[in-house]
Design a protein around this ligand. Sequence first.
Ligand SMILES: Nc1ncnc2c1ncn2[C@@H]1O[C@H](COP(=O)(O)OP(=O)(O)O)[C@@H](O)[C@H]1O
Ligand code: SF4
Ligand SMILES: [Mg+2]
Length: 338
Amino acid sequence: MASGSEPVLEVRDLVKHFPLTQGILYKKQIGAIKAVDGVSFDLRKGETLGIVGESGCGKSTLAKVLMALEQPTSGSVRIGGRDISKARGGELKRMRRNIQMVMQDPYTSLNPRMTVGDIIGEPFEIHTDVAPKGDRRKKVQELLEVVGLNPDHINRYPHQFSGGQRQRIGIARGLALQPEVIVCDEPVSALDVSIQAQVINLLGRLQDEFGLAYIFIAHDLSVVRHISDRVGVMYLGKFVELGKDAEIYDRPAHPYTQALLSAVPVPDPEGREQRERIILQGDPPSPANPPSGCRFRTRCWKAQEICAKEEPLLQIRPGTAHMSACHFAETHDVVHAG
Ligand SMILES: Nc1ncnc2c1ncn2[C@@H]1O[C@H](COP(=O)(O)OP(=O)(O)O)[C@@H](O)[C@H]1O
Ligand code: SF4
Ligand SMILES: [Mg+2]
């Protein structure tokens, strides 16, 4: 999987605030929704970074800024050393070839009036140099085969496929331009559990075959476990913990990660007894008005006075081998069942 090569994606201090306005005729800005609020990471060739957090914590906004579908408020997203948020025209088009997206919901993300051939081949209409017109049908059929679909079904419509097959169509479209990076925004959340594993296995196989790097977004830690080399845990627009997959799962240092892991159901009744269950109370606060100091403090059972006053920085803490943002970070061994 991950190699020690140069990063394909370098994200630094990325911020995306949406203006919060009042009034209809004379719109007045009364604040900002801090959807992404200072995110930094590198992604290497062939690596998978899993990004996990509750709904509304900024995962999709982060994905859109990486794809240059939204302009950042500040910070940078470098692909192959160039900042995609500053690129325009032909340069932006060339850079976009290298970063593609697989969307969350295969039922709504595919145009129902287009054949799968047209859906998968659509990127070739914009990037005409990748596949000359005469080669497109053959290329699309190859892509169908690569994702495990029947190439003879090229003229069928999305409704003629199951949810898992539709997600394969979305993946084929993501592969069409041979990108180095694919951003998968909750690619299996809308699928049955039995189908989720098949789609994750397919993504793993394609990664090995084509050396792809993935950003794999999910709201559940158990989903990203098997595909991720590293995991970033997001809370209200920031990473609270970031490190190697095994470190995060077996020795989480941040109370939020510990709570998320504690919520993962354990099928084995013996395992259940060995575990201390931490139940997260309520919902995250609004990203328009995050708590002072540590953003997690309103739900944290370890919070002390300093947590309201000083923001804990994301850094390696004594006794841990990965980064976490907590004044009282300490690793907590998790006993996993099975
Ligand atoms: N275009 C937008 N305008 C205003 N607020 C937005 C917009 N997109 C997302 N948000 C807000 O930003 C926050 C993060 O949303 P999102 O990135 O979709 O989170 P996630 O994908 O983790 O569920 C939410 O509070 C959401 O309502
Ligand atoms: S800094 Fe304080 S409030 Fe934040 S996670 Fe750590 S103990 Fe909890
Ligand atoms: Mg989302």
